[in-house]
Design a binder for this molecule. Sequence first.
Ligand SMILES: [Zn+2]
Ligand SMILES: [Zn+2]
Length: 262
Amino acid sequence: MSLAALPSRATALRRVSVTARTAGAMLLDMLLPPRCAACDEAVERQGQFCFKCFGAARFIAEPACRCCGVPFENAGLAGPDRVCVECAAQPPAWRQARAAFVYGEFSRRLILPLKYGDRTEMAAVLGAHMARAGQRLLVGADVLVPVPLHRRRLRRRRYNQAALLCRALSRSTGVPFGLDVLRRVKATAPLAGLGGQDRLASLSGAIEVRETRRSVVAGRSVVLVDDVLTTGATASACAAALMAAGAASVDVLAAARTVRDG
Ligand SMILES: [Zn+2]
Ligand SMILES: [Zn+2]
């Protein structure tokens, strides 16, 4: 085969593979019709929500705190610097945080199956909404880094849900990821039920940047990825470790975040 023939063959092969993929997707749609990502209702395309679920979804949109991303009920509550009371009192270690959904009944239906039910395909669904919510953070991002699990928990669960979200985000945005940049050097008790200060104390010295991965973050704009942002204590510990390793900036992107209702 001549060298001149190579590009056209490559193009042809690419066309064949695209056609095969499209045919494959059509065949899959015939055998397994697309279902709503949050319930079992039939939808047009894989990954979509049905009409009812779309109505129930609590998407986070502006106006939101510039710093932690908590949504404000109206722009009047935001104040001139658009920072919430908590962030004004104690600025977090990261620059900006954004989340796709309010953590609640609806988003739990997407996140819990990913976290505990081996439904790893949910990462793509959540990743698409995270890409929308974190658009501004992702434009300037150099690398995506997941919040790490301790190796014992990783062994039990077999995968880190934040790493799966990183991969999904990287696929749709082209931003590279560094899955093993951060590590938990000590196992922490589950943080659920602990207040903000107790969480911070429990996490002190628990997370660090691996010595061999410092060059991945030094001088770079990092987007830290997690499934749920609660008090922000874990994200703060990660951000502090990344900044100490020389990161130029750390932003946080989560699938969902808790908000105080009422
Ligand atoms: Zn549905
Ligand atoms: Zn805030």
